[in-house]
Design a protein. Structure first.
Length: 276
């Protein structure tokens, strides 16, 4: 899943903090309004997609590091933070479509750099497959993958199911419904289908830290080995870019925001170079 037990606990308290001088922008959807925070007036549009249950504020330190180099857009998905909801549990595809609306509204007609963490990393890769013409580059921050859950289930099905039960016992009802729908999709046969990646510059950042007291499979040495293998396979599906391993936990953007900001700067530079 790309969702450690500790990360999800953090996610249940959505951050309300905003970046200094941020301008709030509404994006109208069918039956609800998404609220985005815009920062900076630089020539490059950077759109951030947060992890499961997390809002725009988690990117504060990364955006501050970028300063005025970029036009940064961070937002909370439907039902999170200041964003509204129509009360319906959203599929991966529905979230991808909301991301598209965000880009169309706040970076109309321009290619963007997409940055995604965990579940947000899965969303930006799915968006890039469907709309490569809208993307200049990708930055994947410890991303979840469509095939990851199946790999964990193959390694230790009983442990994964026990972890699901523990997690669902702690999540608020709406977030629990989101999680149930997500695992249903990742358990489906379609999740195992091969997906071609577009020819885009990519920076993939992988956490390597094993928890001293693991609470879920993902935090164990066995789980981390699977995590690394999933990321290696994901990176191999791109034709250009850089894969970094960082000695952090799952929330790389909070533990080492400069590494994420530097990765964004690197892909921006790479995207500006002509390809052969």
């Amino acid at each position: 899943m790309g969702l450690t037990f500790k990360a999800v606990l953090l996610a249940t308290t959505i951050m309300a903090a905003t970046v200094a001088h941020a301008g709030e922008a509404p994006v109208q959807r069918h039956g609800y309004v998404l609220k985005a925070e815009q920062t900076g007036n630089g020539p490059v549009d950077v759109v951030f997609e947060s992890g499961f249950g997390q809002g725009a504020g988690v990117w504060k330190a990364v955006i501050a590091d970028l300063g005025e180099q970029c036009h940064c857009v961070a937002y909370a998905r439907a039902g999170l933070g200041k964003s509204g909801t129509d009360g319906k549990t959203k599929t991966i595809q529905a979230h991808v479509e909301d991301l598209g609306a965000m880009i169309d509204s706040l970076a109309p007609g321009r290619k963007v750099v997409l940055v995604g963490h965990s579940y947000g990393g899965l969303l930006v890769t799915e968006f890039a497959k469907q709309h490569p013409e809208r993307i200049a580059a990708l930055v994947l921050v410890d991303p979840a993958t469509m095939s990851q859950r199946r790999a964990y289930m193959a390694a230790d099905r009983n442990r994964v199911l026990a972890d699901d039960k523990a997690l669902l016992g702690m999540l608020p009802p709406a977030m629990g419904a989101d999680y149930r729908l997500l695992i249903q999709q990742l358990d489906s046969a379609d999740a195992a289908s091969a997906r071609a990646m577009p020819d885009l510059p990519v920076a993939l950042l992988t956490s390597t830290q094993i928890a001293a007291d693991p609470m879920v499979l993902e935090e164990t040495a066995q789980g981390k080995a699977i995590w690394k293998a999933q990321h290696a396979a994901l990176f191999a599906s791109f034709s250009r870019g850089k894969h970094q391993y960082l000695a952090t936990g799952h929330n790389i953007h909070r533990e080492d925001p400069k590494a994420v900001a530097d990765a964004i700067r690197d892909v921006v530079a790479s995207a500006s170079k002509p390809t052969n």
